[in-house]
Design a protein around this ligand. Structure first.
Ligand code: FAD
Length: 380
């Protein structure tokens, strides 16, 4: 792992290992005693400088919690759907042929394996790569499966930043993680933290964008698919998506050199991602509206460098946020496990600075002690 990403491909654990580790850690820290089940409906400041959290446990079963400190990490509230695909689903009420990659869509692969067919993919990030790999596996059962990968425009060269440039192959742009590694703890983290909102916008555009993992197996599948002809890349702007008499989808596109074209497919998979703008989460939207909270250029919550929502501060209480809802601010890799740890660490420092009861800054000795407990599977 120390050689990643320059001299070794990034370690990719199997889902089973990840879930086993989560179970072990949940048991170690006593997670069952920590959490309460419920959907938070609203958050309000109280007269005595704390926060009241209203939540529902089941339909008609509501409860309240009052606390001095609050950490919001609600993640992605919604899957993103391209407008033309959303229009198709609404018009034809067809939720089987047009799916989002994050929805359960095993029926697509089952039908392809049994009957063959054509899949049209939209989006060219890591999720699209995994779908192409899944179809490659399905083709081992049925050779009559074809993939049309629709991209808006060609990608002749990768993003440049200072004297570095990202690698591009077959219009896929690569980087080992979804941000340069130095965004997590290196000089790019410090650079973004110091930057003004306008500079942050520029830096995030340079470092981010749609990229996929630099994995040899994925690149080999793409190259093989292109040479064997079952995988094709087409560029164009989508005009609309309709359905033909055989219930197949027809995507009408404007292609740069050939003009209008129709692409026929049995399935369309939208792999363009998830949506975390504040207005797609009713809880955050209500908070922003009620307290007039500022929103950043990506439509997410504005946080300070230690992830505090300062507008929510009161004489006794403090509120922090972490995760995808804070992208666009002081830290690029907010939506990653290490990014969440970073946000939690600086939030704890913020609490310690205001002398929150029982909270101390982490130092080398306390950190090492806790690490040993983790290694030895002892409770914190
Ligand atoms: C396919 C995929 C692969 C990934 N791979 C990696 C990886 O290899 N490495 C890595 O570092 N990161 C990876 N990530 C990112 C990582 O999973 C996220 O950064 C992390 O899960 C975000 O955690 P979170 O707690 O902020 O949000 P989430 O995990 O989305 O959790 C938010 C929780 O809040 C709950 N919630 C929302 N609203 C309310 C409400 N009103 N009331 C109560 N609860 C609410 C939701 O139900 C959810 O349980 C991956 C993500 C995806 C989708």
């Amino acid at each position: 792992m120390f050689a990643e990403p320059t001299f070794a491909e990034t370690y990719t654990p199997r889902a089973g290992n990840v879930f086993d580790s989560i179970d072990r850690e949940a048991k170690r820290i006593g997670w069952n005693q920590i959490y309460r089940y419920g959907r938070v409906r609203g958050i309000r400041k109280t007269d005595d400088g704390r926060y009241c959290i209203a939540y529902s446990r089941a339909p008609g079963n509501y409860a309240f919690l009052v606390s001095r400190y609050l950490h919001l990490a609600t993640g992605y509230p919604a899957i993103q759907f391209l407008p033309d695909l959303q229009a198709y689903r609404e018009k034809y009420q067809d939720f089987k042929s047009v799916v989002n990659a994050y929805e359960a869509h095993d029926h697509v692969y089952e039908q392809l394996e049994q009957q063959g067919g054509t899949v049209l993919i939209r989006g060219r990030g890591i999720v699209a790569s995994r779908i192409v790999q899944r179809i490659y596996e399905a083709r081992k059962r049925n050779r009559n499966i074809a993939v049309l990968h629709l991209m808006r425009s060609p990608k002749p060269q990768g993003n440049k930043f200072q004297n570095t440039q990202r690698l591009v192959k077959n219009h896929y742009e690569f980087q080992p993680f979804n941000w340069p590694k130095a965004c997590w703890g290196g000089e790019l983290r410090a650079m973004l933290e110091k930057a003004t909102p306008d500079e942050r916008k520029r830096l995030l555009a340079d470092w981010g964008g749609t990229t996929t993992a630099d994995r040899q197996d994925w690149q080999q599948i793409t190259a093989q698919g292109l040479s064997e002809g079952w995988y094709q890349i087409t560029f164009g702007e989508v005009l609309d998506v309709e359905r033909d008499a055989q219930n197949r989808t027809i995507t009408r596109i404007r292609e740069q050199s050939f003009g209008e074209m129709k692409l026929l497919a049995d399935f369309i998979i939208d792999a363009t991602g998830l949506d975390a703008k504040v207005d797609s989460n009713p809880l955050i939207a209500d908070l922003v509206k009620h307290y007039n909270l500022p929103v950043n250029h990506l439509g997410r919550l504005t946080v300070t460098n230690n992830f505090e929502l300062v507008e929510m501060r009161s004489d006794r209480g403090q509120m922090y946020a972490a995760g995808a809802i804070t992208l666009g601010g002081p830290y690029a890799a907010v939506d990653s496990f290490l990014g969440l740890q970073y946000a939690a660490l600086v939030a704890v420092d913020g609490l310690a600075a205001t002398r929150a009861p029982g909270v101390h800054r982490l130092n080398t000795i306390s950190s090492f002690r806790q690490w040993l407990k983790w290694v030895l599977n002892q409770s914190p």
